[in-house]
Design a protein around this ligand. Sequence first.
Ligand SMILES: [Cu+2]
Length: 496
Amino acid sequence: MVFSRRELLLGAATTAVSGLSLPSRLAFAAGRFANTLKIPTLIEGKPGEGGKLFELGVQAGMSKFLPDVSTPTIGINGAYLGPAIKCSAGDRVSIRTRNNLTEPTTLHWHGLHIPARYDGGPHQVVEPGAVWEPSFEIKQKASLCWYHSHLMEGTGEQVLRGLAGLFLIDDDESRSLNLPSEYGVDDIPLILQDRRFNREGSFEYLSTMGDIEMGYEGDVIVVNGTVDPHVMLRRQRTRLRVLNGSNSRIYMLGRDDGADLVIIGSDGSLLERPVRQRRVRLGPGERIELLIDMQPDQTVTLMSYPVIAGAMGSGMMMRGMRGNSETFPIIELRAGQLETSDLSIPERLIAVPNWNPAKAERTRIITLDMAMMGMGRMGGPEMDGPMGINGRSIDINRIDLRIPLGDVEIWEIRNTTPLTHPFHIHDVQFRVLDRAGALPQPYEHGLKDTVLVDPGSAVRIITEFSDFADPDHPYMYHCHILEHEDAGMMGQFVVV
Ligand SMILES: [Cu+2]
C-alpha cells in the first residue's frame, strides 16, 4: 500500500500513536562487509576568471545497491551522490550547476556562510535544462560541509534518490595541525544513509503513515552509496569525516571493541581540543570528525547503538524519543600492513569563535510544533498545517524573521513534540550554549549549524548574523528530518 504525500499529511493529523509503523527492522545489516567502500571523487576546481570554477551536472542514472536488481537514482556528475568539492578559506569559487533532469531541483550549500541569493534553498530553483552559477568567497573555518537538494516539498525525495555531496573546506590553521589529510587514503569521508527497497530494486519512500510523522527510516544502511561496506586503512592513523546524510535516522556511533572514539571536529569547525567518548549521537545534517588509530591486521567495526531513551514508554516510542533503538554495523575498518603516521595529538586544536551571551541583542523563541499523533499542538494556538515552527507551517511568501545585520542573537529552540528534531539554520555557524539548562556534549563545543533538540526540552544557541544583508532573499531555518521540513517545519529569515 502506497500513500501519496497529501494522504499522509491528511491522515497524520488523526493518526493515534498505536497506528504508527514499528521501528524498522534492519533487513540488510548482514555484517559480512563484502563490498569495498566507494569514495566520492574529489574535485578542486579549474582556474577560472574570478577564482576556482566547479562544474556540476545533476543527472538521472541507475545504481547497484542490492544483488540482482538495479535502482533508479539521481546524482551529481554520476548516478548517485556527487563529487566532494574541495576548497580553502579565502578562495573565490563559482559552481556552474546544470540541471539535466526532467524535473526542477536546487542545490543548497549546507553549512556555508554565503549570500542568501546563492544559498541554493527553495528560492533558487534550477529548472530542467537550466544552468545556475552561484559565485562566492569561502569565509569560514576548515570543516566538512555538504550540499543537497532543497526543493520545496521535494527535498526528502530528491535527497533520498541521491542528490547530496560533500563540501570540504581547508584553512592554514587546520593544515598546521598535521592531521591526516590525504583524501581517500588517511582522510576518508563516510556519508551515512539508510534506504528501503521495493522488490524490483527501486527505493521505497513514503509508504507508511510513520514515514512523515516519525521521519523516513530505511532497513538497509548505505555508506557513500555502498551497502555492507568495508574499507582497507593504509596508515596507522585515519581521519574519518562522518556526515549523517540520512533523511531522518539518528545514529549513536561507537566502536565494537569498546574503545573510545577520538572526536576532533563538529559541523562547522574543528574542536578546541580532542574529545574522547565511547558514543557520539549524530542527527541528520550533523557532521563529526574522528581519529582512528589501528594496529597491523586489526579490524574494528563502526557501529550504531541504541539511543538510551528517557522515561517514556515502549521501544516504539524510544525510536521517536531520541533516535533509534537498534544495534547495527555501519562499516568495517580493516588494517593490513600499515604505513607509520604521526600519532601525537595536539592538546589544543584551534580557537573556536565564541560570543558572549551577555552581549546578545535578543533571545528569540523558536518552538517546533507537530499537530499530530492525536495530540494537537501543545500549549499554543491551532496550527495552519501538520508541522510548523511557532505555530505556522512554512509559507514561501512570508518572511518570519527580520534580523539586523551584525546582530548577535540567542535562539532558544523549544521542542513541544514527542520526537527529537535536528534543527538547522542557514547562513550561520553557531555555538550551543546549553541543552535543557545543562552544558551540551563535549563534542558539540565546536561550531555547528545543526543541533538535536529532544522532546520536552530546549536548546539555546548563540550566533552572529554577519557580512550578508539582503532584504529580498531569505535564508531558511528548519528541522533537518527531511519529511518534517517538507511537511512545513521550516521558516525563513532575512538579514537587513
Ligand atoms: Cu523534525
